[in-house]
Ligand binder design. Structure first.
Ligand SMILES: [Zn+2]
Length: 562
């Protein structure tokens, strides 16, 4: 009985020594209890989520508090991404980030506006001098909002270390109530070696899960042979909301021996695109499901793995039987188990894997230039993770690059020669990616050199040339020409462009640039009269909006102020 007692003594020590992060240094950034719409490192499109998304009771304008003493080290304002974002650097070297804000606290907002008016731009990146904007722990530094790429009001909160690596804020004691186990919704098995087979097939197989009375799962027996790997689809739910958030760790063992482990404590922004190597990218492109591979595929250099044996792969011999277990845990240690029995059996009738053969083969470690008709595609060395046959075709200004299920590590270049178009038409052309089942044309950032239009992309799929001859539309929403607006707080204008999209806008009152905040989700530009850029009597407002091929529209109106 002495050994269990000793273990009991050791457990708190081990837990303590594994967490080198200060527990009371940072306080909650909102005054309301933390309810999460998203967790750290949650699987998102082409990136791991770099912070936690704290729900704001469907409201904007909640006070956002500095998590600790420090100084404002960065202010980044963009219509997209983080929206209005504030960065506070603390004496212990960590930086906290607050994003999708509606506005900043008055002294910080004043600093920002001065710079926006000086640079004549709403979008701006500022690094204030170290002691210019000091803040105290608990001080109101901003108000929550829904700006940028935010799908509903919430606060995106991050903690970064000195190297700008985001860390899981839960490691610092910023957590939420969680007594629920992670949810498991899918299991896949992958043949890896050429001779590998799973359930009498040489291609990946979806494995049926059976839920047990205790909430855990069993699967199988799978009949397998050769080198294989497994993949799981799992999310975590916490007590105070039903949002499907990311899990914290996944560990596996085969016949009692640990063979794979991943945890979501920290990552680097340089590796975030490699999420596409962690997941089954092919299934993600087809169904938007995130199947996490429980093995480290070739060219996967993510830093999230540890203690793996043979990169998490299993080698199954004929006439054997084994038990594979997957443990999926959340930060609070609630765990769901999947127990998979695997019977080693080689079926001589199953063929070895033979990919679809096309004339174009991608070697991931070689460059390749593809040319047909007026299209050139430049794939660089290490553009992809895999070697694969590419289906490359060009017809009627449309490029086809298939299959879409291979992820790119970096951009490749797609170029169209437009010499055959007349001069006037050339100016209206852009490259569109045809997206989704309906092949909707979506503007791909198009550059031009003489008679070549080109774009950089990571997406296989379809690309075409589209002509945009229609200028953006501009509509006043809360005023009319020659109106008295003495008691108005804002000027609001709706701007839209239906082909290439809005590229730029410039607003002036009485000939001087004024700040209009752009909300792309509602297509609304807003000027705040509190900026005090108007005069008594008549004011002349002018707005020029330009689309991505350079078509522009001008709107003018006068209004009066007391
Ligand atoms: Zn977020």
């Amino acid at each position: 009985m002495r050994i269990p007692f000793l273990l009991f003594l050791l457990i708190p020590f081990v837990l303590f020594s594994q967490n080198p992060y200060p527990q009371d240094y940072f306080s909650d950034p909102l005054e309301i209890p933390i309810v999460l719409a998203g967790t750290f490192a949650e699987l998102r499109a082409n990136h791991f989520h770099s912070g936690m998304d704290i729900k704001t009771q469907h409201r904007q304008g909640l006070k956002v508090l500095a998590a600790a003493d420090g100084f404002v080290s960065r202010i980044n304002i963009s219509p997209f991404g983080y929206g209005k974002a504030l960065y506070i650097t603390h004496p212990n070297g960590y930086t906290t980030v607050y994003a999708h804000l509606s506005k900043l606290a008055p002294k910080i907002e004043a600093y920002l506006k001065e710079q926006q008016y000086e640079k004549e731009s709403y979008a701006i990146g500022l690094y204030p001098p170290i002691k210019a904007l000091l803040v105290k722990k608990g001080e109101v530094v901003a108000y929550s909002g829904n700006t940028g790429g935010s799908g509903g009001p919430h606060l995106h909160f991050e903690i970064r270390d000195k190297n700008e690596h985001p860390l899981n804020p839960m490691l610092f004691g910023i957590t939420t109530k969680d007594t629920k186990k992670p949810l498991i919704s899918g299991l896949y098995a992958y043949p890896i070696s050429e001779d590998a087979q799973i359930n009498n097939s040489n291609s990946k197989q979806k494995i049926r899960l059976r839920k047990q009375a205790d909430g855990n799962f069993t699967a199988g027996p799978i009949q397998a042979f050769g080198k294989i790997g497994l993949g799981v689809e799992a999310v975590d739910q916490q007590d105070l909301a039903n949002n499907k958030n990311g899990v914290y760790t996944i560990k596996t063992q085969f016949n009692g021996n640990p063979n794979f482990e991943i945890d979501f404590k920290s990552f680097s922004f340089l590796e975030t695109n490699d999420i596409n190597r962690l997941i089954d990218f092919d299934i993600y492109k087809k169904d938007k499901d995130h199947i996490q591979k429980l093995f480290i595929d070739t060219n996967n250099e993510l830093s999230l793995y540890k203690n793996t044996i043979d990169r998490g792969y299993l080698t199954i011999a004929d006439s054997t039987s084994g038990v594979y277990k997957i443990k999926v845990s959340d930060f609070k240690g609630n765990a769901s188990w999947i127990t998979v029995s695997i019977n080693g059996k080689k079926n001589p009738d199953v063929l070895t894997k033979t990919p679809k053969v096309t004339p174009y083969y991608i070697y991931e470690d070689k460059s390749l230039t593809l040319e047909e008709e007026n299209v050139t595609v430049n794939m660089y060395k290490n553009t992809f993770y895999d070697n694969f046959f590419l289906d490359f075709k060009v017809a009627n200004d449309t490029l086809q690059l298939l299959p879409i299920g291979y992820a790119a590590r970096k951009n490749f270049r797609v170029a169209f020669d437009i010499s055959k178009y007349n001069e006037a038409d050339k100016d209206n052309l852009f490259i569109a990616e045809l997206v989704g089942y309906k092949k909707w044309p979506s503007y791909s950032k198009t550059l031009r050199k003489d008679n070549t239009l080109y774009t950089y992309t990571k997406d296989l799929g379809y690309y075409t040339l589209v002509s945009d001859t229609v200028a953006p539309t501009i509509k006043a929403l809360n005023f009319k020409n020659n109106q008295w607006l003495s008691s108005s707080k804002t000027l609001e204008v709706e701007i839209e462009d239906d082909m290439s999209g809005i590229s730029d806008y410039r607003a002036t009152i009485n000939g001087k640039w004024v700040l209009m905040e752009y909300e792309y989700k509602t297509n609304i530009l807003t000027y705040h009269f509190s900026d005090q850029k108007t005069v008594e009597g008549q004011n002349d407002f002018k707005l020029i909006v330009t689309d991505n091929v350079g078509n522009s529209s001008t709107f003018e109106a006068s209004f009066h102020r007391k």
